[in-house]
Design a protein around this ligand. Structure first.
Ligand code: ARG
Length: 456
């Protein structure tokens, strides 16, 4: 028997049941749904729709149901279409007529919107927290190899030397923006839909502001139709996770490159690498590849939801039930990736010598030759031309750029530009990649991470 059996003479066909039921995936919402129901019954009490005793009975009943879930002994019955109906059914079983009052002045439409906002609010906090942990791991790794440097790349061609800490902090800044975005999304979603009913509110004297306050929402909804149909917060969350996933994917791609024999900049710990079922010598960076691979699915979840939402007329439509699986999947997967990538960076050994050797490529000093000429009064475009001609000659003659410069009478005084580490040391403008510019950057990043942590 369903909760709406009063209106029907035949029970639901099995084929429709399979399409309609969502308990199989939305049972994970039990804690948030119960929290919403506890606030709802207190609101009913405040409105005089329940006595104090009835309210106490229902709160105790809901707490018992919560314990049943926590102990894994809650039993789903035939007819429990979703988590909301399962909990109401059980409350009625336990509390009799009082249980039958729990859904007064409420629809599953405002209920599910409330439950989902509570779930997303917590999920965003958890993801943001774990993202901050990863930024701190990146900063610590950079500090552990304080003087290590590598070539910085553009177009994946060696461009200029950069400190490892500078490189890792570049990723930390993008992750910091992800955290900022999630905190922002969390603030925007913090509006209570409870009390909107099916779509148009109710004739009963409830005060949505009461339940909003109890649930820690900043305010109640202003428009009941918007309250039950709005899933912007799910779309925003899926976007925030997708973009975070794209950042983690780029980091994964970089780890794949760094750990190849060709680059050989880094090695991951044995506990964060995998072997091959056939090739005995293999030590694979699967963790990085999966971080890269998962991003496709995260983008897919966002795209799927946007397509679901597109074209829905006001207000609630059952299509909205399709918001849950992509949301749960993205939340679960991003947390798995964040934890694994964090572990991978913690396990990483950086090959300081190999990276420095790659960064000591003579040609990376070409810009320093041009800038030294600028410092001597040559117009930059002419200096670029001169340095370019020297590079051309070096490449054609198969000689090092340092050698070509030293051999040129007018430029011999620039030979010191090629001393090991000298090019890196000269990257000193604010925000640049060298050690002189490092401390200020680090303190700016630390300040940002600190303020994000406070806002969390
Ligand atoms: N399980 C449903 C969902 O997730 C609950 C709302 C059902 N509402 C309705 N009017 N059929 O959207």
């Amino acid at each position: 028997m369903t909760l709406w059996s009063g209106r029907f003479t035949a029970s639901m066909d099995e084929a429709l049941w399979k399409l309609s039921e969502s308990y199989s995936f939305d049972h994970v919402l039990y804690a948030h749904d119960i929290a919403g129901s506890v606030a709802h019954v207190r609101g009913l009490r405040a409105a005089g729709l329940l006595t104090s005793d009835e309210c106490d009975t229902l709160v105790a009943t809901l707490e018992q149901i919560s314990t049943e879930f926590e102990q894994g002994i809650f039993e789903r019955r035939a007819g429990d279409e979703d988590i909301h109906m399962a909990i109401e059914r059980r409350a009625t079983e336990l509390a009799g007529t009082v249980g039958a009052k729990i859904h007064t002045a409420r629809s599953r439409n405002d209920q599910v919107a409330t439950t989902l906002r509570l779930f997303v609010r917590d999920a965003l906090s958890e993801i943001a927290r774990q993202t901050l942990t990863l930024t701190e791991t990146l900063v610590a790794l950079g500090q552990r190899y304080g003087e290590a440097y590598l070539p910085g790349y553009t177009h994946l061609q060696r461009a200029q030397p950069v400190l490892l800490s500078h490189h890792l902090q570049a990723h930390a800044w993008s992750l910091a923006r992800d955290v900022d975005r999630m905190i922002d999304a969390r603030r925007r979603l913090n509006v209570s839909p409870l009390g909107a009913g099916a779509l148009a509110g109710t004739s009963l004297p409830i005060q949505p502001s009461v339940t909003a306050g109890l649930l820690g929402f900043d305010e109640p909804f202003a428009n009941s139709m918007d309250a039950v149909s709005d899933r912007d917060f799910v779309a925003e969350t899926l976007f925030d996770i997708a973009l975070l996933g794209v950042h983690l994917s780029r980091m994964g791609e970089e780890l794949v490159l760094w750990t190849t024999s060709e680059f050989h900049f880094a090695t991951l710990g044995d506990d964060f690498t995998t072997g091959s079922s056939m090739l005995p010598q293999k030590k694979n960076s699967d963790v990085a590849e999966l971080a890269r691979g998962k991003s496709g699915r995260l983008v897919g979840n966002l795209t799927g939801l946007l397509v679901t939402l597109k074209g829905l007329p006001l207000s609630y439509n059952r299509d909205l039930q399709e918001d849950k699986e992509p949301l749960f999947d993205s939340v679960t997967q991003i947390l798995v990736v964040l934890a694994a990538l964090d572990g991978a960076y913690r396990s990483m050994t950086f090959d300081v010598a190999a990276a420095a050797a790659a960064a000591e490529d003579d040609l990376l000093v070409a810009i320093d030759v041009a800038e030294a000429l600028v410092a001597e009064g040559v117009a930059f475009r002419h200096a670029h031309e001169m340095a370019g001609a020297l590079v051309g000659r070096a490449v054609r003659e198969g000689r090092g750029l340092a050698e070509v410069v030293a051999a040129d009478d007018r430029l011999a005084h620039l030979a010191s530009l090629f001393a090991p580490g000298a090019a890196l040391a000269r990257r000193r403008s604010p925000g640049a990649s060298g050690p002189l510019a490092g401390p200020e950057q680090l303190s700016r990043l630390r300040e940002r991470l600190e303020s994000l942590r406070t806002r969390l």
